[in-house]
Design a protein around this ligand. Structure first.
Ligand SMILES: Nc1ncnc2c1ncn2[C@@H]1O[C@H](COP(=O)(O)OP(=O)(O)O)[C@@H](O)[C@H]1O
Ligand SMILES: [Mg+2]
Length: 403
């Protein structure tokens, strides 16, 4: 590939003389269908990157990785027929400027870090991620890269959130949240490195059961409940109104107007409804949650992916989101059906959060508005519209909250 002046990376088919190798990967399973770049520096590192956190993966993937990981550990074939990608840098250049893993090793105080790199189809919402292992094959960090305005904002938001989360000590319902190790501006990108999840982490055995005590602990930052306050005149509804007003300017101004009218109708209809306001995780879904064994051998909840967290929202948003997103993403349901799933979850579990039928409806409508505003923010950041939510949500809101 030719090199535009000033670019720092080259892809070539042949090794360059006087360059030195900084990374070597097996491309799994092939260049055309690459899913994973597996570091092949040592058997242990290769095996660890296949086997670590396997209990989080769906059973088919888990079985394939276990097989490959065991083969890699034993130094057996299996990987040997897959293509190899070698990363080299010119000998006279400091590799920390060109090779992110070397930069991060330097920042985090390791001689060397070896990344295992997941590959997903190009998508403006996706962030490339690196699982970082040390020379002894211990996981040392999980790096997320923001590379366009939308993903840069998300990575920065997650880094800020991880810094400001409460860290209640002792026996508490607050879920474990991995800490931020560092956030870096590097080669025009934003990179957050997060501490590794506990090695015992595994998928939730019952992904539909909401962990209500943990949701409340998140909302209350591990403290006591807040005094309920009316929706009308709240900072929350003012914020929704301000953002919806901004959305009338585009990129789909008609939809922005529908949503702005929905906010007005919500405030008019439910001004007197009192709600408890607090934090939310913002993406409370089974695939961002797991169980792990704590030091006392007790199963506890761990929650990651805090990039959408926020404060001062009605208690119940995470409950609505879990049901909505599970229907939308796992079952492939349209937004209307996902809304019914959220309604059903609020009806079933809402009373345990102090939500009667009236409050359940308020929470659901406010959540749908919030969700569309999130979609709009991403669309404004070059990530495109999420077709599962847009234009379905503005239309749905127009019927649920007529002007
Ligand atoms: N700190 C971590 N340590 C190890 N693995 C992690 C860590 N954070 C995330 N992962 C794994 O990577 C996956 C994607 O990370 P996540 O933070 O959920 O990013 P995304 O925004 O792409 O969903 C997770 O579902 C989990 O399997
Ligand atoms: Mg996630």
């Amino acid at each position: 590939m030719s090199d535009p002046a000033g670019s720092a990376a080259y892809v070539t088919q042949n090794a360059q003389p006087q360059w030195r190798t900084v990374g070597r990967f097996t491309v799994v399973p092939s260049v055309a269908r690459a899913r994973f770049l597996l570091p092949t520096v040592s058997r242990q590192v290769t095996a660890a990157s296949l086997l670590a956190y396997n209990a989080l993966r769906p059973s088919r993937v888990r079985a394939a990785r276990r097989m490959l990981g065991t083969a890699a550990r034993l130094g057996l074939v299996g990987l040997s027929r897959m293509p190899v990608l070698t990363v080299e840098v010119p000998s006279d250049v400091d590799s920390r400027e060109l090779w992110l893993a070397d930069h991060l090793a330097d920042v985090l105080g390791y001689d060397q870090l070896y990344p295992a790199i997941g590959i997903r189809p190009p998508d403006p919402n996706h962030k490339p991620t690196l699982q970082l292992f040390d020379a002894q094959a211990r996981p040392r960090g999980y790096a997320k890269l923001g590379w366009n305005p939308a993903t840069r904002r998300l990575v920065q938001a997650e880094a800020a959130a991880l810094r400001s989360l409460p860290r209640p000590q002792g026996q508490t319902d607050y879920p474990l949240a991995p800490r931020l190790l560092t956030v870096e501006e590097w080669a025009g990108q934003v990179v957050a490195v997060i501490e590794p999840l506990p090695s015992s982490v595994r998928r939730l055995p019952d992904p539909t059961r909401p962990h209500l005590a943990a949701m409340c602990a998140v909302a209350r930052r591990g403290g006591p409940p807040a005094e309920p306050r009316p929706l009308g005149g709240s900072d929350f509804i003012r914020r929704l109104a301000r953002r919806a007003e901004e959305a009338t300017a585009g990129p789909d101004s008609e939809a922005g107007q529908l949503v702005r009218r929905a906010v007005t109708a919500l405030e008019r209809r439910d001004a007197e409804v009192t709600l408890e306001f607090g934090d939310w995780h913002g993406d409370w879904v089974p695939w961002n949650l797991g169980l792990y064994l704590d030091d006392d051998g007790v199963d506890r909840l761990v929650a990651w992916d805090w990039e959408h967290t926020g404060s001062d929202v009605p208690l119940g948003f995470d409950l609505a989101h879990q049901a909505f997103q599970s229907a939308l993403t796992l079952a492939g349901a349209p937004a209307e059906t996902a809304t019914l799933a959220a309604e059903a979850a609020l009806e079933r579990y809402g009373p345990q959060l102090g939500l009667d039928a009236i409050r359940q409806r308020t929470v659901l409508d406010a959540y749908l508005i919030e969700l569309w505003l999130r979609t709009w923010t991403l669309a404004c950041g070059d990530a495109g519209w999420n077709p599962a939510l847009h234009p379905a949500l503005p239309r749905l809101l127009a019927t649920r909250l007529p002007a």
